[in-house]
Ligand binder design. Sequence first.
Ligand code: DOR
Length: 443
Amino acid sequence: MSETFDLIIHGGTVFTPGGAVVTDVGVRAGKIAAFGDLKSADAAEKFDARHLTVLPGCIDEQVHFREPGPIHKEDLESGTRGAVLGGITAVFEMPNTDPATTTADAIADKIRRATGRCWTDFAFYVGASPENAEELGVLERLPGCCGIKMFMGSSTGSLLVADDANVARVLRSGSRRVTVHSEDDMRLQERLTLVRDGADVSMHPEWRDVETAVRSTQRLLRLARENHRRVHVLHVTTAEEMELLAQHKDIATVEVLPQHLTLAAPECYQKLGTLAQMNPPIREARHRDALWAAVNNGVVDCIGSDHAPHTLEEKARPYPRSPSGLTGVQTTVPLMLDHVAKGRLTLQRFVDLMSAGPARIFGIAGKGRVAFGYDADFTVVDLAARRTITNDWIASRTGWTAFDGMEVTGWPKATIIRGQVVMRDDELLQKPIGEPVRFQETL
Ligand code: DOR
């Protein structure tokens, strides 16, 4: 008698831990159950993946969906809808919401809101503050929580842990890896006069300069070592920090963003104005080159989007009253596939950065590789597709991308989450089926 599966993906080039192989993949009860020739097996659903590449599901470990928050910008439904259209299977959502996500009730509230409304699997960060520092060890272990997020420099929202004493209090509370926005707030405040009303947005990387980033990351690494705590340094932007981080790979993991790998100052500010404004800023080409070097020498562990939905009206305010942040959850996979097509990284490295990397950094249970027993999460891509990224493709309520009009090679053709095809050929299928991501340290 032939075997029966819920789903068989036929004939794709599948990225397994052993490399790329042309094989069928059988899925049962949401998990990967078989490889090999499954032509004669039965399945409720068959997916023809011939001429397509089947990657482990891409995970975005940094998104801002602003729920709770102003509904006209984004919410968990619209944010995760953009994610699946862009080939993302799981997101970790940031705590600089309104009000900030800093308590057990706030995390429970987010999980309630997410259930039945999230298209991807999801987890939430708990925001660190001087007020909740001693409780973080308990909060970081809540179901659906991916860990602590600490802002050492102020950005959108009010969350801030600026001084060494409070950073150390956070690092002493709990044991999971602490995720950090690393900019030195003291220096940001000192230099605020550089960006009085009337300043040009091209001043943004002058105000939030290299020293602002380096000083903070030096302090963070010293404090992490003194307090025996692992850290994950988000959106690293400078050549100098990459050099420093390379000396601390035993305790520090590193994220970079597609916008920092793709754009450079001053051109991005000339072309995009405040649409290119974000924290930490997009810098000159020498830093972008250093980020690419760090992608290719292994210092970088993962790529996130830092999807930050500000409306075009808000972005049109004169700098510096314009808010910081770019949308991105939907464009990460196409942009990075385009970099693969242009030879800037291998597809193997793409998989390491988008799936295996987040799984390793956060100790995700049962995701991050195409292997027996793992969740059947797949980002199915057409490496040869030539498409143009446009604002009207963007699901975010804000309706814009800094990459509007950019032609790319490589496109997500389907998003499969725990064996369910939720996106195919730019169409949503099913319903929002997202569930909380599980973590090895808090099973
Ligand atoms: O530019 C940014 N925008 N950087 C951040 O760290 C936060 C984000 C936001 O939430 O708007």
